[in-house]
Design a protein around this ligand. Structure first.
Ligand code: HEC
Length: 208
């Protein structure tokens, strides 16, 4: 019961932070290339079936509202070979129940008695460890490779769009060169973005 309450709080935290982002997000005008990338993101690429940007899209994958902090080469690699590099906070997680049912998702919380994740249908799931056969991170990303699904041009358009996704000016990380924001410029290695869910449980070690 207590753990369900805790999970609800965590989830409402996620909801709150994404709606806060939606409100403060700046509507920057996009270049033609970025605009094409946005269309591919929302349509042909079907990225919104897993990802959210500024409040729009699904929650099974990480929120990409500030993914422009990543280098374009990293973004391109992600689209071509998703397993190559998975950010620690986003590592996919899998629970196998004693009856063999497999539940894939993102880890939200792990404590002595329970494990909680958001599953790949966006449901919040809580399991008592005694009902579970195994629980562990997995190395294979649920994200498909777009190598054969999008052309080189389409991939570079999507990368251009993702690179445009930055925190609104004045929210600490700067990087846009806006007057008055982050004097001296933001460091290249930005800290993990807020609003991406709790980072700590994703690094917890536990027996398999
Ligand atoms: C089936 C669900 C799914 C689809 C569809 C999908 N992704 Fe992902 N994506 C994920 C998951 C889950 C992760 C986190 C694990 C990882 O990094 O591999 C991720 C990670 C990412 C990351 C890395 C984010 C970071 O902070 O490190 C980027 C960038 C990304 N996706 C972009 C895209 C784009 C662009 C598309 C569409 C062309 C797309 N994804 C389609 C599930 C998906």
């Amino acid at each position: 019961m207590r753990s369900i309450l805790v999970s609800t709080l965590i989830l409402s935290g996620l909801l709150f932070s994404s709606s806060a982002l939606a409100q403060t997000g700046t509507v920057a005008s996009l270049t033609a290339e970025q605009a094409r990338g946005k269309t591919i993101f929302e349509n042909k690429g079907n990225c919104t079936s897993c990802h959210r940007i500024k409040g729009v899209g699904a929650r099974t994958g990480p929120d990409l509202s500030e993914v422009g902090a990543r280098r374009p080469e990293q973004l391109q690699t992600k689209l071509i070979n998703p397993d190559a590099e998975i950010n620690a906070a986003n590592r996919p997680y899998r629970v196998v129940l004693k009856d063999g049912t497999v539940v894939n998702g993102r880890l939200l919380n792990l404590d002595t008695f329970t494990v909680q994740l958001i599953d790949d249908k966006e449901n919040l799931r809580s399991f008592v460890k005694t009902d579970v056969r195994s629980y562990a991170f997995v190395d294979k990303s649920p994200m498909p490779s777009y190598k054969d699904k999008l052309s080189d041009q389409e991939i570079s358009d999507v990368v251009a769009y993702l690179s445009s996704l930055r925190p609104p000016p004045g929210q600490g990380r700067g990087g846009r060169g806006a007057a008055g924001a982050a004097p001296g410029g933001a460091p290249l290695a930005a800290p993990p973005a807020a609003g991406r869910g709790p980072a700590t449980p994703a690094t917890v070690d536990h027996p398999n």
